[in-house]
Design a binder for this molecule. Structure first.
Ligand code: NOJ
Length: 656
């Protein structure tokens, strides 16, 4: 064991973002590499160490020197296949530092920095070496030396419920344990930052802790053998990403994570975003069960009824959970026996799939692994073939369970073993032209740019936690925290708010707002179809219409945990959508419509009633219509725990 400490030959280099505002300083001094970051002359990251520890006989020596460095500019407009924005600007200044040992072994490695107008990113690269081809990473200690008087919004790492915790606002100085990324931070000099990573492959996920020197530092999730990763060379770590904004709302528009990922790895023009209903919430409210029996949800008959309902509702997909063997008894305990190609006797996949096909409804298949990855991997190829053979193009996977079992060992979901398993499913699915919605996933690091068939993830507390488990502020934290890691399947659209089992902290209008405020490439209208059809058909019109693929997204206003208002333009039409949510206090927002294109729009507004309240009057709603244009503005009321949604349909006669 030794420290791979970058040594010898002092060197200093300064790099600026394309607009000249963000400055990165690279510094090789007294055998250590340091970096610092500032914006407009104000400090963001003070002098921070970069250290990397390799395990094994064949040691890196620590007399390293800078061989050469190279700086270049990159300007590119990325066109996405789907997402919140069709075009992303990928503009940065890159500086690459090639370092080597000056001793006999002469091993080499590279540090690559990219400085964007709204972020700094860097990674460690280990090129092929003459003397060895594999490396065990014992540790990576990347410091982010941020002012200790900063505050952050965090969820704890290494916990049984993975990423599914309430966000807490704490001082950085008070952090006692490791926390997950994206870690959102506000510095005393006014910056909003998010520490995260991009392109996480074949490596432990980065969590963040306060180290012994009281400096924020990476804490790479270990494997069960205590090391962080076993890799073959060449190897690049994920990008260490520092998103930088002047306001909380500006931070939500940061797309650097995607830009740091590679372009699609093949032809993904077959990938299509989807809206779906599900044989799902009926289980949560106790009407049906996952397990076979009298109240079994996933029967052939129910599936056909739901397919018919999807057709009537104008929704393209149907999720069916609990169709396979393995749900009997305590499914969380017994999940080791789940069979992914064997249906229960009352469910016939072939019959349901051909019924769905005839009605033009996409089925969303389901694989609940309960974290027993060995059991799943043994069936993986067959399970995906089974769905593919039946024309099922979408699968929701699940990894409920506090840890996953891989090669007989308990591992963290966010360890290298977990990361590699999730990746295996994404690549196999791509081969079969299947799109994925991963629950209990590895966090998003933008790999959906390379693998666009990974349409969405859960990876935070979703609405299924309701029934006391969530505060109205939760959905006001997500845009500034979890959603910086990409889209989320939050299971929106629960209209039966006051059900006896899972009482939800929401107003009715807020349930449609989520379809705008929480982006997901696969968006679930999660309540039972009869609720939509019989009780609130006019409200459901919004869900039917709202797109899952946007041309552009313009965050309008918000503060972390308090509220969030965003506008999005449809990718397939000239229409716009606006959504907003507030925490447990009411709020009025003034929305200037100057972002609209020219012309006249018919605005349909779904707004909390003046007497609405998430606690005792959730159903009070006003549905209004009016014509507006870009010179207009709207004043919108949000009730405690409420929200609003607006569709803006451009009139045919527009375009003048
Ligand atoms: C947890 C998932 O988040 C949820 O959506 C699913 O219904 C259950 N696991 C059962 O698979």
């Amino acid at each position: 064991m030794t420290w791979w400490v970058f040594r010898k030959e002092e060197a200093e280099k300064t790099i600026f973002s394309p607009n000249g505002k963000i400055r990165l300083d690279f510094n090789l001094k007294n055998n250590q590499v340091f970096y610092t970051v500032s914006k407009d002359g104000k400090s963001i990251i003070k002098k921070s160490k970069l250290e990397f520890e390799i395990l094994g006989e064949d040691l890196f020596k620590n007399n390293l020197k800078l061989i050469r460095n190279r700086t270049s500019r990159h300007e590119e407009t990325i066109e996405t296949i789907w997402g919140e924005d069709k075009y992303l600007e990928n503009n940065y200044t890159e500086a690459v530092f090639y370092l080597a040992e000056s001793g006999k072994a002469k091993r080499i490695f590279t540090l690559r920095f990219r400085v964007f107008n709204s972020a700094v990113a860097f990674r460690y690269e280990i090129p092929p070496q003459p003397s060895f081809s594999t490396v065990t990473v014992k540790d990576e200690r990347t410091e982010f030396n941020i002012d200790l008087n900063s505050i952050c919004w965090q969820i704890p790492a290494y916990q049984p419920d993975r990423y599914e915790y309430n966000y807490e606002r704490t001082g950085i100085y008070d952090l006692e344990n490791s926390v997950h990324t994206p870690l959102t931070i506000k510095t005393p000099n006014g910056f909003y930052l998010s520490l995260h990573e991009a392109a996480l492959y074949n490596y432990g996920s980065m969590t963040i802790k306060l180290n012994h020197d009281k400096v924020l530092s990476s804490d790479i999730t270990p494997l069960s053998d205590g090391t962080k990763a076993h890799v073959n060379l060449p190897f690049n770590t994920p990008w260490r990403l520092i998103m930088i904004a002047d306001s909380a709302i500006e931070l939500t528009a940061n797309r650097t994570m995607y830009c740091l990922n590679d372009p699609p790895s093949g032809d993904f023009t077959w990938v299509k975003t989807l809206k779906f209903i599900g044989i799902w919430w009926a289980m949560y409210v106790g009407e049906w069960t996952w397990a076979p029996g009298e109240r079994h949800g996933a029967t052939t008959a129910h599936a056909k009824e739901y397919i018919d309902a999807a057709v009537r509702l104008g929704i393209s997909g149907l999720l069916i959970e609990g169709w396979n063997e393995g749900w009997e008894g305590d499914w969380l305990e017994n999940g080791i026996n789940n069979k992914f190609t064997v249906a229960t006797p009352d469910f016939n996949l072939e019959e349901v799939a051909s019924y769905a096909k005839a009605k033009n409804i996409e089925l969303v298949g389901h694989h609940e692994t309960v974290g027993f990855v060995d059991n799943y991997e043994a069936q993986l190829e067959d399970a995906y073939n089974y769905y593919a053979a039946n024309g099922v193009h979408y699968i929701k996977t699940g990894y409920a369970g506090s840890q996953i079992i891989i090669n007989g060992k308990k591992e963290y979901h966010h360890s290298q073993a977990g990361v590699n398993h999730y990746q295996k499913t994404v690549e196999l699915a791509a081969k079969k032209k299947i799109m994925l919605d991963i629950h209990e996933p590895i966090k998003g690091t933008g790999i959906e740019r390379t693998w666009p068939n990974l349409l969405t993830r859960e990876g935070a507390r979703g609405q299924e936690y309701e029934g006391g488990g969530l505060r109205p502020s939760h959905a006001c934290y997500l845009p500034y925290t979890r959603l910086l890691a990409g889209g989320m399947d939050y299971t929106n659209g629960i209209f039966d708010i006051t059900n006896n089992v899972k009482r939800i902290s929401t107003t009715l209008a807020r349930q449609v707002a989520y379809f705008v405020t929480i982006y997901s490439g696969m968006a679930m209208a999660a309540d039972r179809p009869f609720i939509y059809e019989e009780k609130y058909p006019e409200l459901f019109e919004f869900i039917k219409k709202v797109p899952t693929n946007f041309e552009k997204t313009i965050p309008l206003a918000g503060e972390i945990g308090d509220f969030y208002v965003v506008a999005r333009k449809d990718r397939g039409s000239e229409d716009w959508y606006i959504g907003g949510v507030t925490h447990s206090e009411s709020r009025r927002v003034h929305i200037n419509l100057d972002f609209l294109d020219s012309g006249v729009y018919k605005a349909k507004m779904y707004i909390d009633g003046e007497d609405a309240h998430f606690r005792d009057n959730p159903y009070s709603i006003n549905i209004l219509e009016k014509h507006v244009g870009k010179s207009d503005s709207l004043d919108i009321y949000m009730a405690p725990g409420g929200g609003f949604a607006i569709s803006l349909e451009r009139s045919q006669s527009s375009g003048v």
